[in-house]
Ligand binder design. Structure first.
Ligand code: ADP
Ligand code: MG
Length: 624
């Protein structure tokens, strides 16, 4: 009998295990920063090169390691944080699996320098693909420095899957934010290719949020606080009007560990119910402290999901505390999306005496007085009643073009719609000559579809997706030919963003120029705009850019390959007309014409169906 089963060599086993812990440079950053926190550091700095693909270095002033520990720390299941299996249920440290360093060393080239306060000299260890290369004694400050070079250099298949520098850096920034928010009592700094992106001295939680997200956030924070014998909730929510389309500002920390939890998220969303519109996400920075024995952190290798002993109670308490915070700060009554401003008392009326309504009745009124009854086919109809309705019935239809559509272009009449795209894009849609291209008739259905007849039936066009497709193809062309028109603003417009938003815009400015944007970064939280694409109205530029940043960030996390493509998609999504926007007849015609001039007409840039046809024969079946 031949033996088929073999034990894997240690370095192969380590490489496989590494896949669980290390997916991308951001995973290294998470593990190394967590180790530094566990080592009791009060100052931690992170340095990356090329989005961490070339190098990730974390330096801390924590307790360091002796020579023996430094040699041991790269062994699998070597940890100083756990001795007994029971300890797993009583964790106060970030790490405990003793796996991270072994995994990292197996798939990169690591240089460790470390020194404890007891030792005279420090230790330097170099490892490549899990093999010790060198060990030296040297003069070093107390603490530890881990440098990880060339991640996945020995597994080209994995290396090829790493994304662009910008995308990897974004993931790293996310990890950095999570840890920096969880530990405001530690000073953090972050340098990318030598540039200081964040330098965060020790502060309290509130100030740490502002350090990261900018001064703009300061007056949008509403404190949340609740304490029961089992748990303590503290932190902040963002005022409902600061809620966004992206989920960039949603943080839960349980016992100082960032976690993701759909049920806790739902508790917050539920508390915000009615205060923010659909598709908009509330912002929150919530810290929850529970006894360590009541949670199980061990269910996910990257430790971002945990299990609570009593999730129902936690859900209820969290929701109540957020509702309470919203109520206490008088937020709930101020923002009522369904309120009809027409029903508000005009200010000058508030002091007037109420007058009783007067009712006068014409006791002699007889509606049938002058109208003879007409009797036809044995039944009778009152001609006058009939007549009162019939004149102008045609106007119900003819009015569709002039009144129902045209007038709603006035923003005042449609308080909930998003106008910048509507006005800007409607103008653009009008701009080209429709008179000679317009063919056939069409109408708008449910402010969502454009319906137009064809030879064999009906065509239903999803207005927003169609416009996304049109803009997307236009932007792709503009990116390559750099020919989009730009309007110069009379006075530069200064717009304030959060720090991460400015960082992102700074990166994107060169790519946005061919589309007609002219802007420059003034400082870490503001940008000056001097030129904008002709399709956008100057007053709407801030909303367009914020919307754009959000959808761009969301998309970065997806699996798109080219930056131009992501940019074109994000802009198309931001600037396209939306479901709920009214379209004039001419605008509808123009969308149809422009759509059919596109290379691809059937699916949106996000692979969603644009057009559906209804065949006449199917309609006929309904009338059998
Ligand atoms: P874990 O964090 O799960 O214990 P790691 O592989 O991340 O496992 O680290 C192994 C051990 O190395 C840790 O338990 C700790 O004793 C030591 N160690 C790692 N990083 C540091 C550091 N920055 N400072 C001091 N000790 C460290
Ligand atoms: Mg660790």
């Amino acid at each position: 009998m031949t033996q088929k089963i073999k034990r894997l060599e240690a370095h192969v086993a380590n490489q496989i295990a590494a896949g669980e812990v290390v997916q991308r440079p951001a995973s290294l950053v998470k593990e190394l920063l967590e180790n530094a926190v566990d080592a009791g550091a009060s100052e931690i700095s992170l340095h990356i090169k090329e989005g961490g693909k070339l190098q990730v270095q974390v330096i801390d002033n924590g307790h360091g390691m002796s020579l023996q520990d430094a040699l041991l720390c790269f062994e699998r299941h070597a940890t100083s944080k756990l001795t007994l299996a029971e300890d797993l249920f009583n964790l106060s440290t970030k790490g405990f699996r003793g796996e991270a360093l072994a995994s990292i060393a197996a798939i990169s080239q690591v240089v460790l320098k470390t020194k404890t306060s007891e030792d005279e000299l420090g230790t330097e260890i170099k490892i490549s693909a899990g093999n010790f290369q060198e060990t030296n004694q040297l003069v070093a400050p107390k603490g530890t420095s881990f440098t990880v070079n060339n991640l996945f250099f020995n597994i080209p298949a994995r290396r090829n899957f790493l994304k662009s520098k910008q995308i990897e850096q974004r993931h790293i920034t996310d990890e950095f934010h999570r840890l920096a928010l969880a530990h405001p009592e530690i000073g953090f700094s972050f340098f990318a290719d030598g540039d200081p992106l964040f330098v965060l001295p020790i502060v309290n939680f509130n100030q740490r949020i502002v350090q990261i997200f900018g001064k703009k956030t300061q007056d949008k924070l509403v404190p949340v606080s609740e304490e029961t014998p089992q748990l303590k909730i503290s932190g902040y929510i963002l005022r409902p009007e600061a809620a966004k389309k992206s989920r960039g500002t949603q943080f839960f920390f349980v016992n100082k560990r960032f976690i993701k939890s759909s049920s806790l998220h739902f508790a917050v969303v539920n508390a915000f119910d009615g205060l923010i519109a659909n598709g908009i996400h509330p912002g929150y920075f919530i810290k929850i402290s529970v006894p360590t024995a009541s949670i199980d952190i061990n269910i996910h290798p990257t430790k971002t999901e945990i299990k609570f002993e009593d999730e129902h109670t936690l859900f209820a308490i969290l929701r109540a505390s957020i509702k309470h915070a919203l109520g206490q700060f008088n937020i709930a009554p101020v923002l009522d999306f369904d309120r009809d401003p027409n029903l508000d008392h005009p200010y000058h009326d508030t002091k007037k005496q109420a007058v009783y309504p007067q009712i006068s009745v014409d006791a002699f009124f007889n509606p049938f007085e002058n109208e003879p009854l007409t009797i036809k086919d044995g039944s009778f109809k009152n001609a006058a009643v009939f007549k009162r309705i019939t004149p102008g019935w045609e106007s119900l239809y003819s009015g569709l073009h002039e009144s129902a559509y045209e007038t709603t272009l006035d923003p005042a009449e449609e308080p909930n719609a998003v106008f910048y795209e509507q006005q800007g894009t409607q103008e653009a849609l009008f701009a080209s000559d429709v008179s000679d291209t317009a063919t056939g008739s069409c109408f708008q259905l449910a402010k969502k579809y454009i319906v137009t007849p064809t030879k064999s039936g009906l065509l239903l066009i999803h207005q927003s997706r169609a416009h996304q497709r049109i803009l997307y193809e236009e932007f792709l062309i503009n990116f390559t030919h750099k020919k989009a028109g730009s309007q110069q603003l009379l006075f530069p417009k200064i717009i304030h963003f959060t720090k991460p938003e400015v960082l992102l815009l700074e990166e994107l400015i060169p790519s946005l120029e061919p589309l007609g944007f002219n802007m420059s970064v003034i400082d870490k939280e503001s940008v000056s705009i001097t030129g904008i694409p002709i399709t956008i109205i100057a007053d709407h530029i801030e909303t367009v850019l914020i919307d754009f940043i959000n959808s761009y960030q969301n998309d970065l996390l997806g699996d798109h390959f080219s930056q131009t493509d992501i940019l074109a998609k994000a802009l198309a999504k931001t600037m396209a007309i939306k479901t709920g926007d009214y379209l004039s007849y001419a605008a509808q015609q123009n969308i149809i014409n422009l759509l059919f001039a596109c290379k691809e007409t059937l699916v949106s840039p996000f692979r969603k169906t644009i057009i559906n046809t209804i065949q006449q024969k199917d309609l006929d079946l309904k009338f059998l």
